[in-house]
Design a protein around this ligand. Sequence first.
Ligand code: ADP
Ligand code: 5GP
Length: 204
Amino acid sequence: MKAFRPGNTWRWQGESRLKPRLIIVCAPSGAGKSTLCARLVGEYPEIIENVSFTTRPQRGREEDGVDYFFIDQEEFDEKVGRDFFVECARVHNHCYGVSHAQIDTAISSGRPIILDIDVQGAKTLTTKFPDALTIFVMPPSIEELKKRLAARDQGKTNNYEIRIQNAALEIGEAENFRFKVVNDDLERAYAEFKKVVENELRNS
Ligand code: ADP
Ligand code: 5GP
């Protein structure tokens, strides 16, 4: 679940300290990208958090319209049919998509937008927005990834086995990202993650 409420980032008003740009963050499930993104947005509320649409079931304390827009397959397909998504993909056996509206609103407000999406989504968006900052978050090891994923949501993670199987394929795509951050110790990894964003986006 997103620790920082995206609603707050949409309502935030002020002078952005960061340049308007897409920040694309990818990682195998459980590597810690939501944790890093939530912390960054807590410090930089001018960064708009994308809220994707998904057909996967809601988990834990997730809220509709906050963590995701939870929709059924029929509505997802209808949206695909009318070009509602700037990118969409099937990930771990469910559909996920980013709406044109989310990106357009961020761009027109002159603020950065952060997107926690999979490697297929990253490929599509970097073709459309070549200037996007891309960061891949690596787990320190597959063993640690399994532990984190198993511990999350009281062990009720949706499609656990598929997520672990897909991890190796996703890690194989890491070379296509401008930056890689190993999320070993959280404090160290967060400092590195934040530095990358500041170096790339900070208005001097
Ligand atoms: P993702 O968004 O990549 O699927 P999460 O941010 O949900 O991953 O993190 C998965 C789990 O691992 C969460 O329970 C989170 O609190 C924990 N976690 C994140 N970073 C670390 C870290 N550096 N060390 C130990 N646990 C971590
Ligand atoms: P989860 O089910 O754990 O929330 O997300 C599963 C995976 O789907 C993660 O890798 C996440 O980054 C990715 N994801 C979330 N939203 C989108 C989206 O809109 N598009 C794509 N391509 N991937 C997404």
